[in-house]
Write a protein that binds this ligand. Sequence first.
Ligand code: IPM
Ligand code: MG
Length: 351
Amino acid sequence: MKVAVLPGDGIGQEIVAQAVKVLQRLALPLELEEAPVGGAGYEAAGDPLPEATLALARAADAILFGAIGGPQFDTLPRDKRPERGLLRLRKELGLFANLRPAQVFAELAQASSLKPELVAGLDVLIVRELTGDIYFGEPRGISTLASGEREGVNTMRYRESEIRRIARVAFEAARKRDKRLCSVDKANVLETTELWKQVVTELGKDYPDVELTHMYVDNCAMQLVRAPKQFDVIVTGNMFGDILSDEASMLTGSIGMLPSASLDERSKGLYEPIHGSAPDIAGKGLANPLATILSSAMMLRYSLARPAEAERIEKAVRKVLGQGLRTADIYTEGCRKVGTQEMGDAVVAAL
Ligand code: IPM
Ligand code: MG
């Protein structure tokens, strides 16, 4: 099993190193090969997605990804910026299905910004479409009008087939869980999402065992902080999913806990923590590696068909939390504050 390891920028190196340590401890026939991406790609090869990195990612069975971006890259031309590297990688590999689970570990209910009783036992799965929508729609750009005024344009666009394939992933996921799917749109204003709602409803006929509901995105943003446990699976477009998944992450206590999978039609996937590169704490050994470690568990489950090992990793993470170990982002009184490496070592020891 070949895994492309793309640490990226900022805290990417530190957190991915911990996940690699954990994977190596499992003694599976894994071939891990590292390559630069994002700002690191730009620095190494003048491109946030160097040719060789893309080739490695294509040839691999799965990709373990850290994080990209940093203030030093924000003034580069848009196509050289780190974010473009990640977006191109998603598009080139057809990684249209982004699974972002938000689960509250019992030990961390206190660390949530919501009252513990609102989040205890929370288990929501956000299924975000990842290769369409306003992220990729054409036309796009900034131009100067005849009057001399500048105008920015992006295009929100979805084809029926794109909606159907992500909805299918979501219905299938719901089927394996609590069999409730909430499709999130803004159909009262945006035609694109009116079509979204129609197509999801049509597909729902194939899944009579799954209870389908619809919600406007603004209401969903509110419901997620009012009563998040009402949700089982949420399916939505690229833009809404980006925003709602950051919001959902905070319910769990820390964005540093949330893994994600981005899958193609054949379950080849890219696995990354949902947080960013956190340049403010990069290189200080403070970052929480658990989201990346949990991402490697998702990789074993979804792309490498090793569910038992995935579970072992998840159990090990629960164990170290149970032991009271906390990185700064999830620290509460009475726990033991540890750094990135110590947390990684503890998970390895628990394995
Ligand atoms: C995410 C990130 C990315 C996105 C950025 C870094 C391009 O926010 O994975 O949620 O917007 O998709
Ligand atoms: Mg995001």
